[in-house]
Design a protein around this ligand. Structure first.
Ligand SMILES: [Zn+2]
Length: 638
């Protein structure tokens, strides 16, 4: 197999052949295409692994399409061959390929290295445009289909131009090396050469999918993918593969996209999968597209991704062969723990359908049989967060019926974090532990007196009035105090101090000695103290706080909102863990790249379903825990 990948910074790629489940529309399986693991890894939600028989860890031999049989070609064969025009390197399958443009000698000819290097530099820039400040990279908004092709091209050009690469200056061998690195075969190598050659010539990226068979992946056509997406949104809940088949057979659609033949339902399901839909149990909520919401994008690009990049450099990476590779930066190793919650049902029979994988989850209603909610932390290095002997664990098990909304409370999340930190400190003190949580409101809870510009009045309240935050009154033990009518008693508290740019505190209430001692200053005064000048003419807030972009200094509320101390209010969980030397990171909304914990749930649920059905809560709990404990560590490293 391939030689050492020296000097080559490889994006992790993986071919993922995933059996979906037995309850699919007509019982056949479908398989995903290749995706770069980093950005578009196709992880399954727990409910997807419904087929107790299918092997979760190993790809089925049957799933390999014919292109992959070609993978067995030895790289040695290509040594010293600068082009792959020799017949020996082409299989009969390739010769019959319909794509006649491949006969164009230029595509096969090796490019000049200097030109390839220039193209590589341009490609890198497209993939990671530098920020204007010169620090870090902007996230280029590239369609996933195009991005996957570009990553493949980058891989090839790197092998070809990097003097430390074993296939340096060998075009055919470099393409094969790239293809093997991507887990694909000769067909892919050829498509990569074609894509790269075209890019070197005119910086165009052809709509060619190197990773799959051309006829099965019309979705590489972004226009078509976007039309299908629109149609699916129109359909809402009632998505079926048959409807996609009909949609693509419509004369207007066929004409617009140059479709000549009817696709099969199997292919339609594959498309659904590629577009992010999963055949699974309803999450009790409708799919809402939040990917492009400005706050989500801002958080992802400015907070989440930079933090993850820092961590990655000090992590141990698990390869597809279950081997460990050290991250490039020396120093204290990082262990990432992913937190997640899952529900196990006694009667594991729910209504199934196609749902987008990022559809928002809502609490489950009661009356669906006994259920058990489990919150776990898991890492690729150690598995579920527990002591090596399994006696101490950060696992929390809850019966949702006991809690009115079926979710863990903020206090329970803190208690669990404490358990987790205790175990980490005791057994793995040499590592830097990082906890990663999703953005559920209980995880993001902030102290009651936290800074927030949301409800602040613009001016100092009139004589005899004040402004504060309304909170539930609590007794000495922290329990809510109730009024005779049964509702919790409310009291007003002062908001905590803000911070000037230099870090000194800025009280929001007038100080001792001021004629209005203890009264809220108002947004105008707060901003004026920060050097914003006369705010009397500036609006308190734009109508409905729907400021028109770029929304920087349109109104008092927006200006304050954008101030660093108002933007970075730590959550209770963050502060709590930070005080003990543990970092907490929150996943951006709608982000799926890190949720390998879902695979662990999926595995556990498949094991769980092997048990006979029972309504007894004790049996449910016993079976659930046995299933969780039986998830092999190797499956968590994928
Ligand atoms: Zn505004």
């Amino acid at each position: 197999m391939p030689g050492p990948l020296s000097g080559f910074s490889m994006t992790k790629y993986k071919v993922i052949y995933e059996p979906i489940h037995a309850e699919e529309e007509n019982g056949t399986h479908l398989y995903t295409d290749v995706y770069p693991c980093n950005s578009h890894r196709q992880t399954e939600t727990a409910e997807d692994f419904d087929d107790g028989k299918s092997d979760f860890t190993a790809p089925d031999a049957d799933d390999m399409d014919r292109n992959d049989e070609d993978m067995m070609v030895d790289v040695e064969e290509f040594e010293g061959v600068d082009t792959d025009a020799t017949d020996a390197s082409r299989t009969s399958h390739e010769k019959s390929d319909v794509d006649a443009s491949l006969r164009d000698g230029k595509i096969r000819e090796a490019p000049i290295i200097v030109e390839a290097m220039k193209a590589l530099a341009d490609l890198q820039k497209k993939l990671n445009p530098p920020r204007k400040t010169g620090n870090g990279h902007l996230d280029p908004k590239i369609n996933p289909f195009v991005r996957s092709r570009m990553e493949g091209m980058r891989c090839l050009l790197n092998f070809f131009t990097n003097p430390r690469s074993t296939t340096h200056a060998h075009w055919g061998a470099s393409s094969l090396q790239a293809s093997v690195a991507l887990g694909r075969g000769v067909y892919c190598a050829r498509q990569l050469r074609k894509l790269a050659r075209q890019f070197i010539d005119d910086r165009k990226i052809l709509p060619v999918n190197p990773y799959g068979e051309w006829n099965q992946t019309m979705l590489v056509d972004e226009d078509l993918a976007s039309d299908i997406n629109l149609y699916l949104q129109e359909l809402g809940k009632d998505i079926t593969a048959a409807k996609i088949v009909k949609f693509l057979a419509r004369p207007d659609v066929k004409l617009k996209h140059g479709i000549t033949k009817k696709i099969s339902e199997r292919t339609a399901r594959r498309y659904l999968h590629l577009l992010g839909y999963r055949w699974m149990t309803a999450k009790k909520g409708q799919y809402a597209d939040g990917h492009e919401r400005a706050d989500v994008v801002w958080y992802r690009d400015n907070r989440f991704l930079p933090k993850m990049k820092d961590l990655l450099a000090r992590e141990k990476i698990w390869t597809n062969d279950n081997e460990q590779v050290e991250g490039p930066i020396p120093g204290r190793r990082v262990v990432k723990w992913l937190h997640d919650e899952a529900v196990f049902y006694a009667h594991d029979r729910n209504k199934r359908g196609w749902y987008h994988k990022d559809a928002a989850a809502k609490p489950y209603k009661k009356g669906e049989g006994a259920s058990l909610m489990v919150a776990e932390l898991v890492s690729a290095d150690f598995g579920w967060l527990q002591s090596p002997d399994g006696k101490e664990s950060a696992r929390v098990v809850m019966k949702p019926g006991k809690n009115k909304d079926g979710y863990f409370t903020s206090d329970e999340i803190i208690t669990q974090a404490q358990k987790a930190m205790d175990i980490c400190k005791k057994y793995w003190p040499e590592y830097e532990h990082v906890f990663i949580y999703d953005n559920a409101p209980t995880h993001l809870k902030r102290p009651e007196d936290s800074l927030s510009a949301r409800r602040m009045p613009k001016f100092t309240p009139k004589i005899g009035h004040n402004w504060g935050i309304e909170v539930t009154k609590r007794d000495a033990e922290g329990k809510p105090v109730y009024l005779p009518n049964g509702s919790p008693e409310k009291i007003k508290i002062q908001m905590g101090d803000a911070q000037f740019e230099d870090g000194t505190p800025q009280p929001l209430y007038f100080p001792e000695g001021h004629p209005r001692t203890g009264v809220f200053k108002g947004m105008a005064t707060i901003l004026e103290e920060r050097g914003f000048g006369d705010m009397s003419k500036v609006l308190a807030e734009c109508k409905g706080f729907k400021c028109a972009p770029p929304a920087i200094d349109c109104c008092c509320r927006r200006i304050l909102y954008n101030q660093p101390d108002f933007t970075h209010v730590e959550t209770i969980l963050e502060t709590y863990c930070k005080n003990q030397g543990f970092q907490v990171i929150f996943l951006p909304k709608f982000h799926c790249e890190l949720n390998f914990i879902e695979q662990c749930w999926g595995y556990a649920k498949r094991l769980y379903r092997l048990n006979p059905e029972s309504s007894q809560e004790a049996v449910l709990e016993r079976n659930t825990i046995a299933a969780l404990n039986a998830v092999p560590l190797e499956s968590m490293r994928r």
